[in-house]
Design a protein around this ligand. Structure first.
Ligand SMILES: [Zn+2]
Length: 263
Protein backbone atom coordinates (compact mmCIF):
# COMPACT_ATOMS: atom_id res chain seq x y z
CA UNK A 1 0.00 0.00 0.00
CA UNK A 2 2.39 2.73 -1.18
CA UNK A 3 0.01 5.64 -0.61
CA UNK A 4 -0.55 4.93 3.06
CA UNK A 5 3.11 4.17 3.60
CA UNK A 6 4.19 7.52 2.21
CA UNK A 7 1.56 9.13 4.38
CA UNK A 8 3.14 7.63 7.46
CA UNK A 9 6.57 8.74 6.29
CA UNK A 10 5.23 12.25 5.74
CA UNK A 11 3.84 12.30 9.26
CA UNK A 12 7.09 11.07 10.68
CA UNK A 13 9.05 13.64 8.69
CA UNK A 14 6.86 16.44 10.02
CA UNK A 15 7.29 15.01 13.45
CA UNK A 16 11.05 14.88 13.11
CA UNK A 17 11.02 18.55 12.07
CA UNK A 18 9.04 19.26 15.26
CA UNK A 19 6.16 20.41 13.06
CA UNK A 20 3.62 18.75 15.31
CA UNK A 21 0.59 20.87 14.38
CA UNK A 22 1.07 20.08 10.71
CA UNK A 23 1.54 16.39 11.51
CA UNK A 24 -1.66 16.27 13.51
CA UNK A 25 -3.73 18.14 10.91
CA UNK A 26 -2.35 16.02 8.05
CA UNK A 27 -3.18 12.92 10.00
CA UNK A 28 -6.70 14.17 10.73
CA UNK A 29 -7.31 15.14 7.10
CA UNK A 30 -6.12 11.83 5.67
CA UNK A 31 -7.55 9.52 8.32
CA UNK A 32 -10.72 7.85 7.33
CA UNK A 33 -12.00 5.14 9.59
CA UNK A 34 -10.46 4.31 12.96
CA UNK A 35 -9.89 0.66 12.24
CA UNK A 36 -8.00 1.11 9.00
CA UNK A 37 -4.81 -0.93 9.12
CA UNK A 38 -1.67 0.18 7.36
CA UNK A 39 1.57 -1.64 6.90
CA UNK A 40 4.80 -0.02 7.94
CA UNK A 41 8.15 -1.30 6.86
CA UNK A 42 10.71 -1.65 9.56
CA UNK A 43 14.12 -0.42 8.53
CA UNK A 44 17.38 -1.73 9.87
CA UNK A 45 19.15 1.60 9.52
CA UNK A 46 17.81 5.14 9.65
CA UNK A 47 17.62 6.95 6.34
CA UNK A 48 18.50 3.92 4.22
CA UNK A 49 15.81 3.18 1.73
CA UNK A 50 15.11 -0.40 0.91
CA UNK A 51 16.83 -1.98 3.89
CA UNK A 52 13.72 -3.66 5.16
CA UNK A 53 14.07 -6.35 7.75
CA UNK A 54 10.53 -7.06 8.76
CA UNK A 55 7.02 -5.84 8.33
CA UNK A 56 4.88 -4.71 11.22
CA UNK A 57 1.19 -4.00 11.15
CA UNK A 58 0.42 -0.79 12.98
CA UNK A 59 -3.17 0.33 13.30
CA UNK A 60 -3.45 3.85 11.96
CA UNK A 61 -5.53 4.71 15.00
CA UNK A 62 -2.49 3.88 17.15
CA UNK A 63 -0.35 6.35 15.22
CA UNK A 64 -3.01 9.00 15.62
CA UNK A 65 -3.34 8.20 19.27
CA UNK A 66 0.40 8.63 19.74
CA UNK A 67 0.20 12.06 18.18
CA UNK A 68 -2.74 13.00 20.40
CA UNK A 69 -0.85 11.86 23.47
CA UNK A 70 2.11 13.94 22.42
CA UNK A 71 4.28 10.84 22.57
CA UNK A 72 7.38 11.31 20.49
CA UNK A 73 7.44 8.54 17.90
CA UNK A 74 11.04 9.31 16.99
CA UNK A 75 12.10 8.99 20.60
CA UNK A 76 10.40 5.63 20.91
CA UNK A 77 12.03 4.43 17.71
CA UNK A 78 15.50 5.40 18.77
CA UNK A 79 14.85 3.94 22.19
CA UNK A 80 14.13 0.62 20.53
CA UNK A 81 17.24 0.73 18.38
CA UNK A 82 19.99 1.66 20.80
CA UNK A 83 21.31 -0.98 23.13
CA UNK A 84 23.44 1.11 25.43
CA UNK A 85 23.93 0.62 29.12
CA UNK A 86 25.94 3.23 30.97
CA UNK A 87 27.33 0.91 33.54
CA UNK A 88 27.40 -2.89 33.57
CA UNK A 89 26.75 -4.33 37.00
CA UNK A 90 28.10 -7.78 37.59
CA UNK A 91 26.20 -10.40 39.51
CA UNK A 92 28.26 -10.88 42.69
CA UNK A 93 28.22 -13.48 45.43
CA UNK A 94 25.99 -12.54 48.39
CA UNK A 95 29.02 -11.62 50.54
CA UNK A 96 30.66 -9.51 47.81
CA UNK A 97 27.37 -7.87 46.96
CA UNK A 98 26.74 -7.00 50.60
CA UNK A 99 30.24 -5.50 50.89
CA UNK A 100 29.58 -3.49 47.73
CA UNK A 101 26.33 -2.12 49.17
CA UNK A 102 28.11 -1.04 52.37
CA UNK A 103 30.89 0.58 50.35
CA UNK A 104 28.49 2.54 48.11
CA UNK A 105 25.63 2.84 50.56
CA UNK A 106 24.32 6.25 49.49
CA UNK A 107 23.72 4.88 45.98
CA UNK A 108 21.50 2.09 47.29
CA UNK A 109 19.78 3.29 50.43
CA UNK A 110 19.03 6.27 52.64
CA UNK A 111 19.43 4.09 55.73
CA UNK A 112 22.38 4.35 58.08
CA UNK A 113 25.18 1.82 57.82
CA UNK A 114 24.32 0.41 61.27
CA UNK A 115 20.80 -0.45 60.12
CA UNK A 116 22.11 -2.31 57.08
CA UNK A 117 24.70 -4.16 59.19
CA UNK A 118 22.07 -5.18 61.72
CA UNK A 119 20.07 -6.72 58.87
CA UNK A 120 23.08 -8.52 57.42
CA UNK A 121 21.87 -12.12 57.71
CA UNK A 122 18.50 -11.35 56.17
CA UNK A 123 20.09 -9.39 53.34
CA UNK A 124 22.65 -12.14 52.66
CA UNK A 125 19.88 -14.67 52.27
CA UNK A 126 17.97 -12.36 49.89
CA UNK A 127 21.16 -11.80 47.87
CA UNK A 128 21.33 -15.50 46.97
CA UNK A 129 18.56 -15.12 44.40
CA UNK A 130 18.06 -11.36 44.19
CA UNK A 131 20.23 -8.49 43.02
CA UNK A 132 20.36 -4.99 44.51
CA UNK A 133 19.75 -2.02 42.21
CA UNK A 134 20.83 1.54 42.79
CA UNK A 135 18.33 4.25 43.70
CA UNK A 136 18.40 5.84 40.26
CA UNK A 137 17.19 2.58 38.73
CA UNK A 138 13.73 2.67 40.21
CA UNK A 139 11.01 5.08 41.21
CA UNK A 140 7.66 5.05 42.89
CA UNK A 141 4.50 5.86 41.00
CA UNK A 142 0.77 6.32 41.31
CA UNK A 143 -1.90 3.67 41.08
CA UNK A 144 -4.91 4.19 38.83
CA UNK A 145 -6.84 5.66 41.75
CA UNK A 146 -4.04 8.22 42.14
CA UNK A 147 -2.65 6.91 45.41
CA UNK A 148 1.03 7.74 45.71
CA UNK A 149 3.79 5.13 46.21
CA UNK A 150 1.51 2.29 45.13
CA UNK A 151 3.72 1.31 42.21
CA UNK A 152 7.39 0.61 42.12
CA UNK A 153 8.76 0.95 38.61
CA UNK A 154 12.15 -0.68 38.30
CA UNK A 155 14.54 -0.92 35.40
CA UNK A 156 15.68 -4.35 34.44
CA UNK A 157 19.17 -5.46 35.47
CA UNK A 158 21.74 -3.59 33.33
CA UNK A 159 18.98 -2.11 31.23
CA UNK A 160 17.73 1.47 31.08
CA UNK A 161 14.95 0.91 28.57
CA UNK A 162 12.86 -1.91 29.94
CA UNK A 163 10.95 -1.72 33.20
CA UNK A 164 8.61 -3.83 35.24
CA UNK A 165 5.91 -2.52 37.50
CA UNK A 166 5.44 -3.86 41.01
CA UNK A 167 2.88 -3.30 43.74
CA UNK A 168 3.27 -3.88 47.46
CA UNK A 169 1.75 -7.00 48.96
CA UNK A 170 -0.51 -6.11 51.86
CA UNK A 171 0.33 -9.40 53.61
CA UNK A 172 4.13 -9.02 53.22
CA UNK A 173 5.07 -5.32 53.18
CA UNK A 174 8.68 -6.06 52.18
CA UNK A 175 7.52 -7.82 49.05
CA UNK A 176 6.41 -6.06 45.89
CA UNK A 177 4.77 -8.24 43.30
CA UNK A 178 5.19 -7.97 39.53
CA UNK A 179 1.86 -6.69 38.19
CA UNK A 180 2.09 -8.49 34.85
CA UNK A 181 2.92 -11.84 36.47
CA UNK A 182 0.19 -11.36 39.04
CA UNK A 183 -2.38 -10.97 36.27
CA UNK A 184 -1.17 -14.25 34.71
CA UNK A 185 -1.18 -15.93 38.12
CA UNK A 186 -4.74 -14.82 38.81
CA UNK A 187 -5.90 -16.18 35.48
CA UNK A 188 -4.25 -19.52 36.21
CA UNK A 189 -5.54 -19.79 39.76
CA UNK A 190 -9.20 -19.14 38.99
CA UNK A 191 -11.55 -21.99 39.95
CA UNK A 192 -11.50 -24.85 37.50
CA UNK A 193 -7.78 -24.47 36.81
CA UNK A 194 -5.38 -26.81 38.63
CA UNK A 195 -3.92 -25.02 41.63
CA UNK A 196 -0.26 -24.13 41.26
CA UNK A 197 1.84 -25.77 43.97
CA UNK A 198 4.05 -23.65 46.18
CA UNK A 199 7.34 -24.26 44.38
CA UNK A 200 6.13 -23.15 40.97
CA UNK A 201 4.16 -20.34 42.54
CA UNK A 202 7.45 -18.66 43.37
CA UNK A 203 8.27 -18.70 39.66
CA UNK A 204 4.78 -17.66 38.63
CA UNK A 205 4.62 -14.73 41.03
CA UNK A 206 7.97 -12.95 41.01
CA UNK A 207 8.49 -10.31 43.65
CA UNK A 208 11.13 -7.81 44.44
CA UNK A 209 12.32 -7.24 47.96
CA UNK A 210 12.27 -3.75 49.39
CA UNK A 211 14.22 -4.07 52.61
CA UNK A 212 16.26 -1.45 54.50
CA UNK A 213 15.32 1.01 51.73
CA UNK A 214 17.11 -1.18 49.18
CA UNK A 215 15.40 -2.66 46.14
CA UNK A 216 16.39 -6.21 45.21
CA UNK A 217 15.31 -7.54 41.82
CA UNK A 218 14.57 -11.24 41.39
CA UNK A 219 17.24 -13.02 39.33
CA UNK A 220 14.56 -15.21 37.75
CA UNK A 221 11.77 -13.43 35.96
CA UNK A 222 10.17 -14.48 32.73
CA UNK A 223 7.37 -12.05 31.82
CA UNK A 224 7.99 -9.55 29.04
CA UNK A 225 9.15 -6.19 30.43
CA UNK A 226 7.58 -2.90 29.38
CA UNK A 227 8.85 0.16 27.58
CA UNK A 228 10.12 2.75 30.06
CA UNK A 229 8.94 5.71 27.97
CA UNK A 230 5.38 4.37 27.73
CA UNK A 231 5.17 3.56 31.44
CA UNK A 232 6.45 7.04 32.31
CA UNK A 233 3.97 8.69 29.97
CA UNK A 234 1.20 6.74 31.67
CA UNK A 235 2.48 7.96 35.05
CA UNK A 236 2.56 11.51 33.71
CA UNK A 237 -1.15 11.28 32.86
CA UNK A 238 -1.85 10.02 36.39
CA UNK A 239 0.18 12.84 37.92
CA UNK A 240 -1.96 15.27 35.94
CA UNK A 241 -5.02 13.60 37.44
CA UNK A 242 -6.09 12.36 34.01
CA UNK A 243 -7.47 8.96 35.05
CA UNK A 244 -9.64 8.39 31.95
CA UNK A 245 -6.66 9.28 29.74
CA UNK A 246 -4.41 6.86 31.62
CA UNK A 247 -6.99 4.09 31.51
CA UNK A 248 -7.55 4.56 27.82
CA UNK A 249 -3.78 4.56 27.16
CA UNK A 250 -3.55 1.17 28.88
CA UNK A 251 -6.35 -0.18 26.72
CA UNK A 252 -5.11 1.20 23.41
CA UNK A 253 -1.37 0.71 23.62
CA UNK A 254 0.68 -2.40 24.18
CA UNK A 255 3.26 -1.37 26.79
CA UNK A 256 5.53 -4.35 26.23
CA UNK A 257 8.96 -3.29 25.09
CA UNK A 258 9.48 -3.60 21.35
CA UNK A 259 5.89 -4.56 20.60
CA UNK A 260 4.86 -1.04 19.85
CA UNK A 261 7.63 -0.65 17.32
CA UNK A 262 7.08 0.98 13.97
CA UNK A 263 10.53 2.26 13.16
ZN1 LIG B 1 6.63 -10.38 35.78
Amino acid sequence: MPRQLSFVQQIQKLYKGKNIDAAVSLQKSVLGSEDLIISVNKKTAVGKRGTKSSKGMVPESTLQYFLELGLNIQELESSNMEESVEEIQEKLSPEASFANIIENLEKYSTEKKEVILSNKSKLLSILKTYSPIKKDNYEFGLSLNLRPNRRLIAFEWNDRKRVREYSQRPDFPNLWECRACYRIYKRLSTPGVVRIHECSERVARPHLYYVSDIVFLPDEHSCKPMDYLLVMHYQKLLHEGNVPGARSMRQKINFIYGECDFA
